[in-house]
Ligand binder design. Structure first.
Ligand SMILES: NC(=O)c1ccc[n+]([C@@H]2O[C@H](COP(=O)([O-])OP(=O)(O)OC[C@H]3O[C@@H](n4cnc5c(N)ncnc54)[C@H](O)[C@@H]3O)[C@@H](O)[C@H]2O)c1
Length: 307
């Protein structure tokens, strides 16, 4: 029994080099043709190159997910090229931000708009394209642990990811009569595994996804720190996920094997979210999971050599 997305067309928004690119590559390796969107033309093109060097078919479609004119244009480009859309992955987001006491309204509104308008416009117009063609497609919104649990220092992110969790359930109801499914996937700080990104990082000596935040110099004297994160030591199975793990799961979610799965959220987190809040796993002693089934045939060394 093989999961295949052959004949299907996918659109992945925010197909930057980390999670979006990992999902786009997975959809292509499982057989779909993939349109890679990003607000950055370079990011969209890099995702296309990655898919092509892995034997897949892809096209770049640039534009802002929260701008209706852009969305209509790039959906039109996909439909003109390939005649259909079966899969939409709402991945684009503005990451980072600050906590309640420090965030500013400009950043807050932009982050919320990219998430809210981005998910709304792409889901609405991709769904209409599916319905007009009789396609029983699949829409996946990429959330975060921040959709389900509160963390300090990310008030806008918490707001829009939490809102999307119920957007997904309501959209699943609106599209159920058409056989179109809407689900979400919640990444848990995966460790990047795109060889091109890793090669780029090695050049600059960077090893972590986001470096430690620098506190602003002008904090008031009543300021108190909110706490810290330990995203590697709290995983019962002892190993972080990768965008490849996420890609395997999302590809399955978009296959017809999942034909009745709608309004659900998925994680690939080694048990992190299932964990009792006060339980400290013996993560360092864990045997670890089965080996990863890779999807990218290129290595970091090959990417460095091709520079
Ligand atoms: N990286 C993590 O640890 C993590 C954890 C949980 C959830 N997530 C979620 O996974 C998704 C991908 O995260 P990532 O780490 O790959 O982020 P990333 O910042 O590397 O990629 C996001 C991409 O979205 C693009 N983008 C931003 N605004 C856009 C817009 N208006 N229109 C089109 N493209 C736009 C950016 O250019 C970028 O390439 C996001 O939804 C994020 O919230 C990430």
């Amino acid at each position: 029994m093989e999961i295949s997305l052959a004949g299907k067309v996918a659109l992945v928004t925010g197909a930057g080099p980390n999670i979006g690119s990992g999902i786009a590559l997975a959809l292509a390796r499982y057989g779909a043709r993939v349109a890679c969107n990003d607000i950055s033309p370079d990011a969209a093109k890099a995702c296309v190159r990655r898919i092509e060097r892995n034997g897949g078919e892809a096209m770049a479609v640039t534009g802002d997910v929260s701008n209706q004119d852009d969305v209509m244009r790039y959906l039109g480009e996909v439909l003109a090229a390939w005649g259909r859309i079966d899969i939409l992955i709402n991945n684009a987001a503005v990451l980072g931000g600050k906590g309640l006491l420090e965030e500013d309204i400009g950043y807050f509104n932009r982050a919320v708009t990219v998430a809210a308008a981005g998910n709304f416009l792409n889901s609405k117009h991709a769904a209409i394209a599916m319905i007009e063609r009789g396609i029983k497609g699949s829409i996946v919104s990429i959330l975060s642990s921040n959709a389900w649990q509160g963390a300090g220092g990310v008030i806008a992110y918490a707001f829009h990811k939490g809102g999307l969790a119920n957007f997904v359930r309501a959209a699943a109801m609106d599209l159920a009569p058409y056989g179109i499914r809407v689900n979400s996937f919640s990444p848990t700080a995966p460790t990047p595994d795109n060889p091109e990104l890793l090669a780029e990082w090695r050049k600059t000596g960077r090893t972590e996804l986001r470096g430690p935040r620098q506190p602003p110099p002008d904090r008031p004297e009543w300021w108190r720190p909110a706490g810290q994160f330990d995203v590697r030591g709290m995983i019962p199975m002892g190993a972080p996920s990768t965008p490849t793990d996420i890609g395997h799961c999302v590809a399955w979610m978009c296959s017809d094997y999942a034909r009745l799965i709608t309004g659900c959220d998925f994680v690939v987190d080694g048990g992190a979210r299932a964990k009792y809040w006060g339980y400290l796993p013996a993560a360092a002693d864990a045997a670890g999971p089965a080996p990863l089934i890779p999807l990218d045939v290129t290595t970091m060394e090959e990417m460095e050599a091709s520079d």
